[in-house]
Design a protein around this ligand. Sequence first.
Ligand code: FNR
Length: 379
Amino acid sequence: NGDLLLKNINAQAPFPISFADLEKAVAEKMDAGPYGYVRSGAGGEQTLRNNRAAFEKYSIIPRFLNNVSNIDTSIELFGKTYPTPLLFAPVGMNKMAHEDGELAVVRAADDLEIPYIQSTVSSYALEDVAQAAPHATKWFQLYWSTNEEIAYSMASRAEAAGFEAIVLTVDTVMLGWREEDVRNQFSPLKLGYARGNYVNDPVFMASLPDDSFESYVQGVLQNVFHPTLNWENVRELKRRTTLPILLKGILHPEDSKLAVGNGIDGIIVSNHGGRQLDGVVGSLDALPAIVDVVNGQIPVILDSGVYRGMDALKALALGADAVAIGRPFVYGLALAGQQGVEKVMTNLYDELKVSMALAGATSVKALRNVTLVKNNGVD
Ligand code: FNR
């Protein structure tokens, strides 16, 4: 309550406050290759622009005189309560941004009580991440594998290490057409940034002809992209784990219907931050139809383009149960490690809280009743 901005104004060293400020600071700090990898979208970056345009299209009509002295931003997911409706989206290869990589992010997640989703292609092994923050809520993002036994092995390691859900990413059966990386001649895999979970996986290692670096790179390339992925794999994964399973990357209402029908426990509406298929609908524009179909049966989380608290508010108002944050936290990590991650997430959260109060909504549930108009109400 009060002036949530004041702590930024009194800060000794000013920290970038908007996404644009963050991106600018990171562009100056990181090398072109890794910076381009994080920032860019696939193809001509239409999807990247669509994500932002979708948020900018909505305006709200606030309500007043509603006593907003107590704002409850908490949510419940899979039987646990969290103080904020934010999550860390799974982002691979965090050593690209900072030496502490995923360890810094999971420690921030622990401090802020924000669920952390660890990527399959992380720099640190999931067991090391679990050890760095045993009390944080951790979910494991699974990339299916051409060799299915590797996928099952990763999922069961995650379960054994105390991860509480499996997030199966469905939009990355092949890598997107990423021109910035070609321009920069940049391959994070070849630099060894994605080793954490692979070199610690007995099934993966046993599948390699030898333990040279080149074999590891080839092994990951042959396994991480998995064009055969289908609903039968999802059902088999469900049989093999007791953890809730979320599908990440769902954009079509029919796929969300199939997810519910196949006993899936949650959906992440996402276009991978515009990094996979270019020309895809902004994720926020895909949300309402999915919320309609799912009709409260399982949680619906949204990511892609949530860059400020007001974006989170709009997604929650349109029916998301929570939002996941990608690039903003990576930029915080690149600038100042764990502290930078905490700063970025806290600013997002503070802006959300101020915005809820100013909109006249005292809880996440109440946000569903906020009046939203598209294109300023002009059709
Ligand atoms: C990602 N994302 C991602 N998703 C996933 O399921 N597994 C992964 O390993 C990665 N890796 C990854 C690396 C980088 C550098 C970025 C920027 C993103 C996608 C991520 O989970 C999320 O969908 C998007 O980042 C959300 O969009 P914003 O918030 O970045 O716009």
